[in-house]
Design a protein around this ligand. Structure first.
Ligand code: ADP
Ligand code: MG
Length: 297
């Protein structure tokens, strides 16, 4: 989530999900943006939904089975597609009961089917984004290391705090993914240092971001990442050894490590069956990824 457009939300959602899938973890992308960029990026044509429903149906039709609104787009990779009508959903939702919790309800019905559910939010703080924030456990904020981007993140954190107080007491900020990063510039280095200092000062404050971090590694600016959506391919299909693929693979390895530490801190004490249940059932064992090479072991 980031209410600013063009910061790398869709690129991160799609390619992080694809990297998780490549590592053997079932990942579902829900495209909450009426621009349907994540849907296009994953090779689907918005509007061609004869066989399955869309995120629009999940939000507006209480009788729809959310499992009928997601489709498999690759090994371990699933999509709840957007369509331009999703723009109308904001208006239609406005006077409905439970207008903030519709997505949460739908995801609860999908529980257990996927280990990771990644929500690609639109660049606004409207009802679609609110549904995302109410449904989510963690917020990941893609941004560029620029001074003005920093100001926008301040506003976003205030919104997250409000949502936590009023609608989703468990919501936390996992951290910031630096996108299109140019680590050589002094300006970028200063902005990153500011962000890290801000998060360090927030430790123990009880704020939603008190455990947040700047994710490592930053995602370097890489033209292959900008090219692959026009082919409806993830970076792993289009250019699996481009810097962009390597960065998202390493990011996924960190996300997996963190998540496994949370759900099974004493994995030795848990039976295989318990781990399977915690993971959401019946998923393949993950392939380890070497942080050095980014390759699957
Ligand atoms: P958002 O979803 O926040 O609007 P996008 O993910 O669509 O942002 O990214 C905006 C543009 O920048 C897109 O054209 C995308 O292909 C490009 N882009 C994103 N990340 C990178 C990167 N690391 N290197 C080069 N181009 C990128
Ligand atoms: Mg986007």
């Amino acid at each position: 989530m980031n209410q600013k457009g063009g910061v790398g939300k869709t690129t991160t959602t799609v390619n992080l999900a694809a990297a998780l899938a490549e590592a053997g973890r079932s990942a579902l992308v829900l495209d909450l943006d009426p621009q349907a960029h994540a849907t296009l990026h994953l090779g689907e044509t918005p509007g061609q939904t004869e066989t399955t429903g869309t995120v629009y149906d999940m939000l507006l039709d209480p009788d729809v089975d959310p499992r009928a609104c997601v489709r498999q787009v690759g090994e371990n990779l699933w999509l709840g597609a957007s369509e331009t009508d999703l723009a109308a959903a904001e208006g239609e939702l406005a006077d409905k009961d439970g207008r903030h919790t519709r997505l949460r309800g739908a995801i609860e019905k999908l529980a257990g089917a996927h280990e990771y559910v990644l929500l690609d939010c639109p660049p606004s703080l409207g009802l679609l984004t609110m549904n995302g924030l109410v449904a989510a456990r963690e917020v990941v904020i893609p941004m560029q290391a620029h001074f003005l981007a920093l100001q926008g993140v301040g506003k976003l954190l205030e919104t997250i705090q409000l949502v936590r107080e009023q609608l989703n007491p468990e919501l936390t900020v996992a951290g910031i993914v630096l996108c299109m990063h140019d680590g050589q510039t002094t300006h970028a280095q200063e902005v990153v240092a500011d962000l890290e200092a801000f998060f360090d000062e927030s430790r123990g404050s009880g704020k939603p971001w008190s455990n947040a971090k700047v994710y490592s590694p930053p995602v370097r600016r890489n033209i292959k990442l900008a090219e692959c959506p026009s082919f409806g391919q993830t970076i792993f299909q289009y250019a699996p050894w481009a810097p962009g693929a390597i960065d998202y693979r390493k990011l996924a390895a960190n996300v997996i490590q963190e998540w496994d530490a949370q759900i099974r801190p004493d994995s030795d004490d848990l039976s295989e069956a318990e781990i399977t249940v915690l993971r959401g059932g019946g998923l393949k064992a993950p392939n380890a990824i070497s942080p050095e090479t980014g390759r699957s072991a």
